[in-house]
Design a protein around this ligand. Structure first.
Ligand code: TMP
Length: 214
């Protein structure tokens, strides 16, 4: 593939979407051809899948069903949006990708789907493809959740199926993301998200320059 694929990961309220937007603007100003996207919901079908996943009662489906739906969303996202853009030489920046399924659905972290099952689903939906760079935004979940609930105040249909879970769940997610980053240091960089928007943006820009030369 000609282009680059950058993913921004992390728990709730880490400021991912703001940082995706700022990074895209920065790279565009430098002359890169950039698109931004997100999971779940990066495509038209994906938006329908997103609603099933993030709205409603937290117990309405189990983690296996969630993992299947997240990978369905991801497969469509890759086929319809990410890969075509990369073939055109674009930089694709995604707000979440497969590390979120490991952190949120996998045994030992958010929920109880076996790692082998998630790895098998990855092979089916994604194949051997991986992001060129993954930036994990790390924050104390207590701070992150406050930000998320404040943001949801203005939503008609509140996307809080995961936020309403207990603090322990969010601490486990955080541990999940940090362990993934430790296991794959060539792909992942962890940044402190408890900074000002500008301060974190600077760290992200420096990381993208150092890792990808952009
Ligand atoms: P967002 O709020 O960052 O757009 O993400 C939607 C929710 O979906 C968020 O609570 C995290 C969750 N999620 C998973 O549980 N597994 C996944 O694989 C992905 C991509 C998101």
């Amino acid at each position: 593939m000609l282009g680059k694929f950058i993913t921004i990961e992390g728990g709730e309220g880490t400021g991912k979407s703001t940082q995706v937007k700022l990074l895209a603007e920065y790279l565009q100003n430098k002359g890169c051809d950039v698109i931004t996207t997100k999971e779940p919901g990066g495509t038209e079908v994906g938006l329908e899948i997103r609603r099933l996943l993030v709205c409603g009662d937290k117990d309405k489906m189990d983690a296996t069903a969630e993992a299947l739906l997240y990978f369905a969303d991801r497969h469509i996202h890759l086929e319809q949006k990410i890969w075509p853009a990369m073939r055109d030489g674009k930089v694709v920046i995604s707000d979440r990708f497969a590390d979120s399924t490991v952190a949120y659905q996998c045994y030992g972290y958010g929920q109880r789907v076996k790692r082998e099952v998630i790895d098998e689903l990855y092979k089916i939906a994604v194949g051997n493809f991986k992001p060129d760079l993954t930036i994990v935004l790390d924050i104390d979940p207590k701070v992150g959740l406050q930000r998320s609930f404040a943001k949801a105040d203005g939503m008609v249909e509140k996307e809080l199926r995961f936020e309403v879970r207990e603090l322990e769940f969010h601490n486990n997610l955080r541990r999940g993301f940090l362990e993934i980053a430790k296991q794959e240091p060539e792909r992942c960089v962890v940044l402190d998200a408890n900074k000002t928007i500008e301060g974190l943006h600077k760290d992200i820009v420096a990381t993208v320059a150092q890792r990808l030369g952009l």
